[in-house]
Design a protein around this ligand. Structure first.
Ligand code: NAP
Length: 283
């Protein structure tokens, strides 16, 4: 598996398997299929409600723990954030049936971000989370977190796809040593992504699908991806992107698809701040 090296030396597969919106009762089978297909990075979250199913699939797979890269995410915590973050981490770890995580991400840039981050730094120092990072952080918040804390996030997982490419932001993250990991890398199929003429035309040339072109484009940009699929044939397709290389002209034509705007939610939108901040998990 091709990987990227994070800012603390940890190796992370450049393509992994995301399980958002896979119902808990279907997740064990999906992760079992993904591991059999060759995925070694699994991306879940406390808020997805399927950590236990991911854990069962890991346990039954027979894949050695050291060959896996498991990510989960901390949801917004009530005060006292440090104590509650530690508790939330232990809950996730127990649900996953693991004794350490490869990557622990702060899921949203809300709440007592500093308290949450200090607790995550402690987990990292104790070796319980080999790497720590964030998700959905915009440039100002990311830079503030980096400047005013000891450990810089290894990863920022943000919406990134051909219609929202984050090129300028990726440059800033590179300068700061933060790896961009795309969520919604296929834009969940929105905006006609899978029938887009530019992407389809490039795919035809290489005998590849639109999904493969998109993932290859991400690989060539140094963007890590975690495509979600419940179908084994698509899981395999989405890993099979290492035998082609897009030309500079093809990369440039994909660059023209960027609209510079989200297709999901803007984390500066006040209604989104209220909605995501009001949510609490049962633990
Ligand atoms: P996505 O990967 O952009 O798209 C998934 C959709 O594409 C599914 O409907 C899937 O359908 C379809 N699909 C997958 N492979 C395909 C292929 N080769 N050809 C055609 N269709 C294909 O969406 P996502 O699940 O939102 O994002 C990926 C992962 O990012 C998530 O699972 C999650 O782990 C993470 N995520 C994180 C955040 C965050 O806030 N940090 C937010 C959203 C997502 P089938 O399943 O039917 O194949």
């Amino acid at each position: 598996m091709h990987s990227v090296t994070l800012n603390n030396g940890v190796e992370m597969p450049i393509i992994g398997f995301g399980v958002y919106q896979i119902p808990a009762e279907e997740t064990e089978q999906a992760v079992t299929d993904a591991l059999a297909t060759g995925y070694r990075l699994l991306d879940t979250a406390a808020s997805y409600g399927n950590e236990e199913a991911v854990g069962r699939a890991i346990k039954n797979s027979g894949v050695p723990r050291e060959d896996l890269f498991v990510t989960t995410k901390l949801y917004v915590q009530d005060a006292p954030a440090e104590e509650n973050t530690k508790r939330a981490f232990e809950t996730s770890l127990n649900k996953l049936g693991l004794d350490y995580l490869d990557l622990y991400l702060m899921h949203q840039p809300y709440g007592d971000v500093y308290g949450q981050w200090r607790a995550m730094e402690a987990l990292n120092r104790e070796g319980l989370a080999k790497a720590i990072g964030v998700a959905n952080f915009y440039p100002d918040r990311l830079l503030d977190l980096i400047i005013n804390n000891e450990i810089a996030p290894a990863v920022n997982q943000i919406e990134t796809h051909p219609f929202f490419q984050r090129t300028g932001y990726q440059k800033l993250m590179r300068e700061q040593g933060v790896q961009l990991q795309a969520w919604g890398g296929f834009a969940q199929g929105k905006n006609g992504l899978f029938t887009n003429p530019v992407l389809s035309e490039i795919g035809k040339k290489y005998g590849k699908s639109v999904g493969q072109v998109v993932l290859r484009w991400a690989v060539q940009r140094g963007v890590a991806s975690i495509p979600k699929s419940v179908r084994p044939e698509r899981m395999a397709e989405n890993l099979d992107v290492f035998d082609l290389a897009l030309t500079d002209d093809e990369m440039a034509s994909i660059a023209t698809l960027d609209t510079g705007a989200t297709l999901f939610f803007d984390h500066h939108d006040l209604e989104i701040v209220k909605w995501l901040s009001a949510r609490r998990l049962d633990g």
